[in-house]
Design a protein around this ligand. Structure first.
Ligand code: G3H
Ligand code: 13P
Ligand code: ZN
Length: 333
């Protein structure tokens, strides 16, 4: 059993309370690789932002759970080396699928876990969430739960089966489970194809898809029911079209990839939404930088040659999100 406190990590409780009050959101960036971890830490240190580094089941499978945990420990030390005296870094399990997965993360040093029971019947979601909360709180680990179903990677759930969070359920759910934050469904979804072309309109000049707006009425109704309660938005990549264009003009094929417009995320960050999850945009930044690098330097084969610009591009993206979208810059301490 390793406590996250020994690793220099923090849980989300205080940072969410400050973010809700201050009208900004904490970035929750997924990581699978060392380069992503380094870029996240560099961006957080340079902008003086608290940050959530999150690990999915897929990341655990790809990188190995022990390695990721040591990487998070390394992230704290690295932030200090970069000049940040007291970094605020959360190691969070993204989309925990069972009590056992959550327990194994808590026992190995995670400071926050998500139990995603959103595809279960309501009472089963409550039961598993409550069980995780009871275990996690013994170790001062915070718990994110989810109500409502997103389309996309949440998975084996097709867009047709997604449904918005029902505001009339949130008081009962949060009271009975004791969860610390709640992910809601208001029209975001995972991945780089958040909307089907037929759900969008098309800009007549650029030909780019314009997605439908998020359901801010649902968010407002949830906020009214649970004033000041930390709300989380998953599926919040904006799928920057400049990356899609670089990828598509350098051998890639991402037709009609579309995300959540950043002004809508800015609006959400000013509300009770205090954690915004971004993964796909970092994947796009990395892929665009690597494709561009190989187009310009076909003779290169040392991974450091193409991973250096990839890491730089991800760092640029993270800084942009922190400063221009979430507003968490300067909020350390
Ligand atoms: O919620 C989905 C995240 O983007 C993680 O994706 O399961 O492919 O690592 P992944
Ligand atoms: P994106 O696919 O929009 O980046 O969402 C990531 C996410 O919600 C991770 O839980
Ligand atoms: Zn998610």
């Amino acid at each position: 059993m390793v406590s996250y406190k020994e690793l220099g990590l923090v849980n989300t409780r205080e940072m969410f309370a400050k973010a809700v009050k201050g009208g900004y959101a904490i970035p929750a960036f997924n990581f699978n690789t060392m380069e992503q971890m380094q870029a996240i830490v560099q961006a957080a240190v340079e902008t003086k932002s608290p940050v959530i580094m999150q690990v999915s089941k897929g990341a655990r499978k790809y990188a190995n759970p022990t390695i990721l945990r040591y990487m998070a420990q390394g992230a704290v030390e690295y932030a200090k080396e970069l000049g940040c005296e007291k970094p605020e870094i959360v190691l969070h399990l993204d989309h925990g699928d069972s009590f056992e997965t959550c327990k194994s993360c808590i026992d190995s040093g995670f400071s926050s876990v998500m139990i995603d029971g959103s595809s279960l019947p309501y009472e089963e979601n409550i039961a598993v969430t409550k069980k995780v909360v009871e275990y996690a709180h013994q170790f001062d680990v915070t718990v994110e739960a989810e109500l409502g179903v997103l389309a996309g990677v949440e998975d084996e759930v097709s867009a047709a089966e997604s449904h918005y969070t029902k505001p009339e359920e949130v008081i009962d759910f949060s009271t009975r489970t004791g969860c610390d934050s709640l992910a809601i469904s208001i029209g975001t979804s995972h991945g780089a194809y958040k909307f089907k072309p037929e759900q969008c309109t098309r800009d007549p000049e650029t030909g780019l898809l314009i997605p439908p707006p998020l359901a801010f009425d649902v968010l407002e109704a949830v906020e009214k029911k649970l004033p000041g309660f930390p709300i989380v938005l998953h599926g919040s990549s904006s799928v920057p079209q400049e990356y899609v264009k670089i990828i598509n003009t350098h051998g890639g094929k991402l037709p009609d990839a579309v995300g959540i417009p950043e002004e809508q995320l800015r609006k959400a960050a000013k509300s009770a939404v205090c954690k915004i999850n971004i993964d796909s945009d970092s994947r796009l930044a990395m892929t665009a930088a690597i494709r561009l690098h190989f187009a310009e330097h076909p003779e290169h084969f040392d991974p450091r040659q193409y991973l250096t610009p990839a890491r730089e591009e991800m760092k640029k993206l993270y800084i942009h999100k922190i400063v221009n979208v979430l507003g968490s810059d300067g909020k350390l301490g």
